[in-house]
Design a protein around this ligand. Structure first.
Ligand code: AMP
Ligand code: GLY
Length: 426
């Protein structure tokens, strides 16, 4: 079998490793991939925005399955164009990807189908005055979101009216998030524990992978700026069967139905960003793809044929019995370039990658490149150190993961030291 994985991050590398471990005969291409791919596949240079060139690549190389990692190509409709050309794709259509690409679409869908979420109001960019008026009667803190894609940065939590007003002016007048801010969603601030739930679905049937918790802030104790995610662990102890049932009945089932009814049948991974409030589970956001870095942790604790899960889903009839939670736990520590999520330097050599690590540890690449026989940093989030344990001992996983960072080094590297802190009582 031949597979093309689109993307270059830890998520895509983790998916590739999982497939490779289980199917040594599969040929995996990555576009564009990263510096860690050599052991499991081949990086190819493709203009992913040019869907025709991706289609041609798939025909020339007899690709049996395309897996699309990031949201932007999905929102741009790459899955539709590939499917129309007869290519087998894991990833939602442009219409279905609006669940992430247009927050106001997602909010309206949730409201229409009774999916619990923060109360909200949407404003278009000509309605600045109305938005500010609305804020003057708001309850603070309040949440202001660019409706379009803003690389995970389009959310501002404003503590008082003045902060909220500046955010509105920054987004709607000064266009700090570009066209993503042409529509703005203002919503109620929710309190509770957050969790990420991946729903693999052919649009009707689905499988839920073990829930994970991300660490979005840059610094220990969940402080500082929002990032793409600085670490994750899975599973989450507070998610019992009852809560999982609530997530299914109140969130997943009505959302999939709503998408189907809006000509947006969802085929792929529906990422449910949830919050467990005192009034029950609520949706913070949906994404139209696997989460990063949660995937790097979650995939370590599912047994079974993951490729068959994705392939059967892509073909429209998910094989629901093929993967199972293995009872273990996993943690992922993201290693970033110093300065991330703002400015940072690239091009530093990474040392220690050839050391012998524990068999329950993996070093998954993200912003790296292979050049002149060396691995160099090439992005903000550089590596993911993942440790897992079949006995579900998260504390053990944490100590194994951090031990790797005694050996793996690059100039100005930065990582949080407290990944899993809410679950691990020391
Ligand atoms: P998002 O990009 O929508 O995931 O938002 C990024 C982060 O902002 C979330 O993970 C939450 O921590 C926070 N956030 C977003 N919406 C809300 C909300 N309504 N109430 C509280 N926090 C929120
Ligand atoms: N870890 C957050 C995301 O993938 O959006």
């Amino acid at each position: 079998m031949k597979i093309l994985i689109i993307g270059s991050g830890g998520r895509e590398h983790a998916i590739g490793i999982k497939i490779f471990e289980q199917n040594k005969n599969v040929k995996i291409y990555f576009a564009p991939g990263n510096g860690g791919i050599l052991q499991i596949g081949e990086n190819v240079i493709l203009d992913v925005e040019n869907h025709q060139s991706v289609i041609e690549f798939c025909f020339q190389n007899e690709i049996d399955l395309v897996i699309i990692g990031p949201e932007q190509p999905l929102v741009n409709g790459i899955a539709d164009d590939l499917r129309n050309a007869g290519i087998n794709v894991f990833g939602p259509s442009k219409n279905a990807a609006r669940i992430e690409g247009d927050k106001s679409f997602a909010k309206n869908l949730m409201n229409k189908y009774g999916v619990p979420t923060a109360s909200h109001k949407t404003f278009k960019n000509l309605e600045i005055e109305n938005a500010i008026d609305y804020l003057s009667n708001g309850k603070f803190p309040i949440v202001i979101k660019a409706s379009g894609l803003a690389a995970g940065k389009g959310v501002i939590i404003a503590n008082d009216f003045n902060e909220a007003k500046s955010a509105i002016i920054d987004i709607m007048q000064n266009s700090i998030f570009g066209s993503a801010g042409e529509k703005v969603v203002i919503e109620e601030f929710l309190e509770g524990e957050e969790l990420s739930v991946f729903v693999i679905t052919d649009g009707k049937d689905f499988v839920i992978l073990p829930p994970a918790q991300d660490h979005k802030r840059i610094a220990d104790g969940d402080t500082g700026k929002n990032t793409g995610g600085m670490g994750a662990y899975s599973p989450i102890s507070f998610v019992n069967d009852k809560l999982l049932e609530e997530i299914k009945s109140k969130v997943i089932i009505p959302t999939l139905k709503g998408l189907e009814n809006s000509d947006s049948l969802f085929n792929g991974c529906l990422y449910c960003g949830l919050i467990n409030t005192k009034d029950g589970i609520k949706v913070i956001e949906f994404n139209c793809r696997f989460g990063d870095p949660e995937t790097q942790a979650v995939l370590q604790i599912v047994d079974g044929d993951f490729l068959e899960l994705l392939n059967s889903t892509a073909k429209g009839k998910i094989n629901k019995e093929i993967v199972k939670y293995n009872g273990g736990s996993a943690i992922c520590v993201v290693v970033a370039s110093g300065g991330y999520p703002d400015n940072y330097e690239k091009g530093f050599e990474i040392f220690g990658l050839n050391e012998k690590f524990d068999e329950n540890v993996k070093v998954i690449h993200a912003g790296t490149k292979f050049e002149n026989k060396r691995i160099l940093t090439s992005g903000g989030r550089v590596l993911n150190i993942v440790a897992f344990d079949k006995q579900n001992d998260l504390k053990y996983c944490k100590s194994k993961a951090y031990k790797v960072l005694d050996k793996v080094k690059f100039e100005k590297m930065y990582f949080r030291r407290d990944i899993g802190f809410k679950a691990i009582k020391l």
